[in-house]
Design a protein around this ligand. Structure first.
Ligand code: HEM
Length: 504
């Protein structure tokens, strides 16, 4: 009986806490506005001003209709480029003002964090680590991870080339229809697993020993579950989803197996006389770099899964979204082919790829229209003021308090008509004259920007050029012309990139 009372009491206590929090915050906001000349931004209209239940319901419906990112875009265009809402009684300030974004990511980055939002939501899948946590964990791990991305990997195109050649061999060459999405997924899974664990999962091979498809499915399912948990926040306990937990366990077991293997390899290399700083088997591998700091298997697993979480699929999503646009713009494909004509796979160094201006512009344009990380957010850790967006004229600073979420839609930012001409059009040519900074953030910005940006761009460009060299025709074969979003944590084309390819 006592247990039942106790269990029933939990939701009541939580609701009371939310109510208390909510009213305390509203009073603090109005006090602060008076004291600091700050003002609230417009509010998202709601019939339930405390818990925003109608807005939460709307958000879930949009999610179910694959319109979540589109609906945020619509709200920002209807209520202003900065507005506030109260889902589950918590304050969310949504903004696509580059000044606010720069403030959150760079100017006062120390006053904003990810931990309150990500640790609880994501740690069942990856454990705590670089991307779930703030200081002190973050500042300890970030310097350890960065050098591995900038070392030989980017120039080590031979390693990547093996995976790309396997990928190219899997593509039909007779003009029949193929969805590039699952093939990109396997290509990037193989390349990133090799880079992170030192051994590829080999998912593109017909005799793939390990259960790679089950890993992909479990990873995708768990990632989607994490997205839901981020949205529900403290209310995540309401989500009943045994498959989420099952998927998390499978992903972790699979990773442990690879960590053990990498550690054995490293031990052998040390016994053979290699020093701590020498690459193992001629390669810099993330697990070996991290193993210099700790040989605690669980810590290693969590840190690696954190990086893997961020990088296992994002380049594949970027490629799919870019090819979605290319397939609908045959003229752009022709121009890319003209630019790469005469190049040999051996020529494709990091520097060479960077010098292919038109192709780089096409990549930028693809990432502008369909950024894989379409929405990003931070939780305020210390009371401060966003520079702009408050008051009737939208120019006053906005006070934000610990626990408030700042939500930034890169998808909308990249399509602001006052920042980009004809923003809905796919026009690589626009990049000849524009150099956006805080208006273009496919890799984030400030201290936590993507440490793998150059590696990821190298991979995307390398695949694009190899395909342009091999195929003279790229045609859209999707009966649905528009972009249907599939939002896990990344935003990808739900219908993939269905194309037909004709060999040159
Ligand atoms: C085209 C591909 C990619 C895109 C568009 C992308 C995008 C991003 C973005 C927007 C962030 C910032 C997240 C935030 O501010 O909260 C980020 C962070 C991160 N990315 Fe990437 N990424 C890509 C590829 C990769 C790859 C291949 C890896 C690893 C193999 C990776 C590892 C990371 C890590 C570890 C972070 C967290 C950094 C931190 O919190 O300090 N990313 N990425």
């Amino acid at each position: 009986m006592a247990l039942v009372v106790w269990l029933l009491g939990i939701p009541v206590v939580l609701v009371l806490q939310l109510l208390f929090d909510h009213f305390r915050r509203r009073v603090a906001i109005s006090d602060a506005a008076k004291r600091y000349g700050a003002a609230d931004p417009p509010s998202l209209p709601s019939k339930d001003p405390v818990f925003g239940s109608d807005n939460v319901r709307f958000m879930m419906q949009q999610m179910a209709k694959d319109r979540r990112i589109k609906s945020i875009y619509e709200q920002l265009h209807t209520y202003g480029f900065t507005f506030q809402s109260w889902p589950f009684g918590k304050r969310v300030v949504s903004t696509v003002d580059p000044r606010n974004i720069q403030f959150v990511f760079a100017t006062e980055a120390e006053n904003f964090g990810v931990g309150p939002q990500r640790e609880n939501a994501q740690s069942p899948m990856t454990g705590k680590g670089l991307i779930t946590s703030d200081d002190p964990m973050w500042s300890k791990m970030r310097p350890l991870i960065r050098p591995t991305f900038t070392r030989t990997q980017i120039n080590d195109k031979d390693v990547f080339n093996v995976h790309v050649t396997r990928f190219l061999n899997l593509l039909p060459t007779d003009g029949s229809k193929v969805n590039l999405r699952p093939l990109f997924e396997r290509l990037i899974l193989d390349a990133s697993s090799e880079f992170i664990f030192g051994e590829t999962f080999g998912s593109q091979l017909s005799d793939c020993k390990l259960d790679a498809q089950r890993f992909i499915d479990s990873f995708n399912y768990a990632q989607k579950g994490v997205g839901k948990r981020v949205m529900f926040g403290k209310m995540s306990f309401l989500i009943h989803d045994p498959k989420f937990w099952e998927s998390c366990h499978f992903v972790q077991d699979y990773t442990r197996h690879h960590v053990d293997q990498a550690l054995r390899q490293r031990k052998k290399a040390r016994e053979a006389g290699l020093s701590e700083d020498d690459p193992v088997n001629g390669k810099y591998i993330l697990v070996h770099e991290l193993a210099k700091e700790t040989d605690d298997r669980d810590v290693l697993c969590s840190q690696l899964l954190n990086v893997f979480f961020a990088g296992r699929d994002t380049p594949a999503v970027a490629l799919t979204n870019i090819f979605f646009s290319l397939a609908r713009n045959p003229g752009v494909w022709m121009k890319i082919r003209e630019e790469v004509e005469g190049l040999e796979p051996d020529d494709l160094t990091f520097e060479k790829l960077k010098s292919l201006r038109y192709m780089q512009h096409a990549i930028n344009e693809g990432m502008r229209l369909y950024p894989p990380v379409a929405n990003n957010s931070r939780v305020c850790l210390k009371t401060t003021r966003l520079p702009t967006g408050g008051g009737a004229d939208g120019r006053s600073p906005i006070c934000v308090f610990p626990g408030d979420t700042i939500s930034m839609s890169f998808f909308t930012l990249h399509r602001r008509a006052d920042l980009y001409d004809d923003p809905e059009e796919f026009k690589p040519e626009r990049w000849q004259t524009i150099r956006p900074t805080w208006e273009f953030l496919p890799f984030g910005g400030g201290a936590r920007h993507c440490p793998a940006q150059q590696l990821a761009l190298f991979w995307v460009a390398y695949v694009l050029v190899r395909m342009a060299l091999k195929f003279k025709e790229l045609k859209n074969m999707d009966l649905v012309d528009g972009f249907v979003e599939d939002l896990k944590l990344n935003m990808e084309s739900k219908n993939g990139a269905k194309v037909s390819l004709v060999c040159a």
